[in-house]
Design a binder for this molecule. Structure first.
Ligand code: NDP
Length: 253
């Protein structure tokens, strides 16, 4: 068997939030696998640094995913100026840590705008092109908080749980056009978002480490490697999957 099916050579990937943490890990893995990667985010300095690190196969655009009116033009610009987007990774996300009783409607809405509503808008716009071409791989980034209840992240947990619904619904409509939709549910992965949250909360840290069967946090490259597989032709019959990459945390008692 040739291992070429695992390669991303010649493919173009759009990774939202690709300048930091898990998004950067995914972008690095994609480039190592041969792809051209477009990374986005709100902070240009961060993106510039990441693009320098990633090298000539990376391009960046400052883009806020919650600016939903701008999405059609943004995607059309990439499609016409850079090329067909083969892989979309909806990685950009925000967190809000607060008890449900202290979470305001504005907090709740803000998290859902970024983690869910914009994900749908961007996916729909990219899918317009993918469905026409009868080819594409869409990868959502979910969370453990979308698979079981976690306290003090009500808005975040709801947004990530809804990603499962989105994957399921899109699979029923996109599959006949050979557009695959999957999600990765990262466990606890060493990124700034995670380390900032965890280092202020020893109790939560202990709760998490007790839960991870493999006994250590994940690395961003662990998510990157899984994303390469889901984006590649090796996964051509895989759609509708929520893949935990979590060191066994979901099944550990
Ligand atoms: P980071 O905070 O490092 O990454 C979040 C990225 O999203 C940043 O690059 C940020 O860039 C970008 N982003 C946020 N809001 C917007 C926006 N409105 N428009 C465009 N880009 C935006 O955290 P992680 O790498 O940890 O998180 C990445 C994804 O992984 C998230 O979806 C998160 O929920 C998920 N995840 C992380 C886990 C972990 O353990 N680390 C576990 C489970 C899931 P900028 O601020 O410049 O816009």
């Amino acid at each position: 068997m040739s291992l070429d099916v695992f390669s991303l050579k010649g493919k173009i990937a759009l990774v939202t939030g690709g300048g930091t943490g898990i998004g950067l890990g995914i972008s690095k893995a994609f480039i190592q696998a041969g792809a051209i990667v477009i990374i986005t985010g709100r902070r240009e300095t961060m993106l510039k640094e990441a693009a320098t690190e990633l090298g000539e196969h990376c391009k960046y655009f400052v883009n806020d995913v919650t600016n939903r009116k701008g999405i059609p033009d943004f995607i059309s610009h990439i499609e016409t100026q850079i090329g067909a987007i083969d892989i979309l990774v909806n990685n950009a996300g925000i967190h809000h840590k607060a008890w449900a009783q202290d979470t305001t409607d504005e907090d709740f809405e803000r998290v859902l705008q970024t983690n869910l509503i914009s994900v749908f808008s961007l996916t729909r716009e990219c899918a317009k092109y993918m469905l026409n071409r009868k080819s594409g791989s869409i990868i959502m980034i979910g969370s453990m908080a979308g698979l079981f209840g976690v306290d003090r992240v009500v808005a975040y947990g709801v947004s990530k749980t809804a990603i499962t619904g989105l994957v399921n619904a899109l699979v029923t409509e996109y599959s006949k056009s050979n557009v695959r939709v999957n999600a990765i549910a990262p466990g606890w992965i060493e990124s700034n978002m995670f380390l900032n949250a965890i280092n202020k909360d020893e109790k939560r840290k202990k709760q998490i480490t007790n839960r991870i069967a493999m006994d250590h946090f994940g690395k961003v490259e662990d998510i990157g490697n899984a994303a390469v597989f889901l984006g590649s032709d090796a996964a051509k019959y895989i759609t509708g999957v929520i893949l935990p990459v979590d060191g066994g945390a979901t099944v550990n008692f």
